[in-house]
Design a protein around this ligand. Structure first.
Ligand code: URA
Length: 264
């Protein structure tokens, strides 16, 4: 039977599925989801027990010794003498599960050494595909916001994220994932040497300031690694909540004023 779908309709339907978060084609061989879930549960149980052993909980069963992911990240990040070495170290780091589901390591975009360093949350579908942060709709809005205060990733801004791999279904990265990637982020900031940090979204605030509640924190200067850091709402939030653009504009002006004051 001939299909009733024309090319344009079929393409629109596929695009709609991508928008809804479908990111896996049906494979040639069946996947036993019960077995996958069972394996994940067993892995979680083993991890829990490892933590209990580390804390000396009575009755905890000792598991095979493995390097602590955070300590491994600290050692690996410390050994990176420049941004290229840091990218390589992150690419070689194998403790974060997110890496397995991602197509690309999303390291950075923009101008290394720029006065402004923007720190987002985690790559989404477009970023994962291109290997660059903030290239989807939220990224395009971010570019327009920067251009409103005469900044751009081509000339004056450096951009990265808290985690460099796309979380499945665009879920938030969890506390463990953030903790193990944080040493790399700290090293990234130290090597990029910006004058000012812009911390975009709740996850980034949680990671760098240890605080959530971006709508309360936005626009108030904080300090990270001795540098002024400005929390701002995420452009993805602005796409959903255009009324918040007014406050975001005020924050951009705050950023512009700080850069001017620091240059004097
Ligand atoms: N949101 C982020 O926080 N980072 C990206 O790179 C893309 C979307």
């Amino acid at each position: 039977m001939e299909s009733a779908l024309d090319w344009h309709t079929a393409r629109a339907l596929l695009e709609w599925q991508l928008e809804m978060g479908v990111d896996e084609a049906i494979s040639d061989s069946p996947v036993d989801r019960f077995a996958v879930e069972h394996a994940a549960r067993e892995q979680a149980k083993a991890k829990k027990s490892q933590v209990a052993v580390a804390r000396g909980a009575p009755g905890a069963v000792p598991q095979q010794e493995g390097p602590d992911p955070v300590e491994a990240a600290v050692a690996s990040a410390k050994g990176a003498g420049d941004l290229d070495a840091l990218r390589a170290a992150m690419g070689a780091y194998d403790h974060c599960e997110l890496k397995r589901g991602a197509r690309n390591l999303v390291f950075s975009d923009g101008v290394p050494g720029a006065r402004v360093m923007i720190i987002g949350e985690a790559p989404g579908r477009d970023e994962d595909r291109e290997g660059k942060p903030f290239v989807g709709r939220a990224g395009q809005l971010l570019d327009r916001m920067l251009s409103a205060i005469d900044l751009s990733r081509k000339e004056s801004v450096y951009i990265t994220n808290v985690v460099p791999w796309r979380p499945p279904q665009n879920r938030d990265p969890n506390a463990e994932e953030i903790a193990m990637m944080l040493p790399f982020l700290h090293r990234h900031i130290a090597l990029a040497k910006p004058d000012v940090l812009v911390i975009v979204g709740n996850i980034s605030c949680q990671a760098l300031l240890g605080k959530r509640g971006i709508t309360r924190l936005r626009g108030q200067w904080a300090e990270v690694q001795g540098k002024p850091a400005l929390p701002m709402v995420h452009p993805a939030y602005l796409l959903r909540t255009p009324a918040a653009k007014r406050e975001a504009w005020a924050d951009l002006l705050t950023l512009k004023a700080k850069l001017r004051a620091m240059a004097q």
